[in-house]
Ligand binder design. Sequence first.
Ligand code: UDP
Length: 329
Amino acid sequence: MAVLVTGGAGYIGSHMVLALTDAGDDVVVLDNLSTGFEWAVAPAAKLVRGDIGDEDTVRQLIKAHKISSIVHFAGSIVVPDSVSDPLGYYLNNTVKSRALMHAAVKEGVENFIFSSTAAVYGNPRSLPVFESDEPAPISPYGTSKLMTELMLRDSHVAYGLNYIALRYFNVAGADPKGRSGQSTPRATHLIKVAAQTVLGQRQQMEVFGTDYDTPDGTCIRDYIHVSDLIAAHMDALSHLRKGGQSGIFNCGYGKGYSVFEVIKAVERASGKPVNAKIGPRRAGDPAGIVAGAQKVRDILGWQPKYDNLDFIVKSALDWERHLERRNAA
Ligand code: UDP
């Protein structure tokens, strides 16, 4: 009985593969390597290069490796890109997820864990946001993920596919053992961009909007360390394996930080100023989003270990330095 991890060569997926192989699970990774890296896949896992939308390939894999659980990370993740290319996002995140789920149902896979996103909430009316709040995405990215959540809900009822959808808040940081991290050279996420700027890999970064209705005018996000996020996936998997109920869970700490606060944390961790200029708002950005973070603790027994912005930023900086050495070698 193996676990199939889609997108297991990517940032978050590669951390899941590490956690599963560390725990002794047999792991098959399906990744088209469009943004992931072969070297990021733990050696104990089997990497298959392929597309999650290719149902025949997926069905073969499920049969050949007796897959009982799928953890589905593969997808497109850049909110502004989804605004300029919505149909590309609906294809990668919705249509192909439907194909993957169909293969799973046909082959009798029991458990399905899905990477969803806080972007399903859009611009919440009040913070924090709870799983019971009405989703109202404001970007095609959020909508593309919400549609997959709905397909899972309906497939659970119709075919008995057990599922957990985890709504990620802002994932950052790297494996504390230094084995993986956010490695995409063109990454757009704030902590990565600020780390690259302070290390001189980018001349300057931009703060996207200072006129939001927040205390310092910049957007507020709930940053979660990637290893804590993965711990929630491991908890979700054991919950389903024990026959626990399907459902949807926020993954965040329940605390928000502004863009300026994150930049200050990068300055503290590096001891250097970050060259940041003020720019206009970016399409698709909600002003603030913070997780109601109790349900995942109560039901899945999640116990985060790295709930500290300075630690998150330090581990992101350590990983950037590791990549610098790697690229120089
Ligand atoms: N952000 C920024 N400059 C950057 C990247 C991000 O000001 O170079 C802001 C962005 O507008 C948002 C916050 O940082 O308010 C977090 O953005 P990110 O892309 O990291 O994650 P998202 O919340 O979009 O998933």
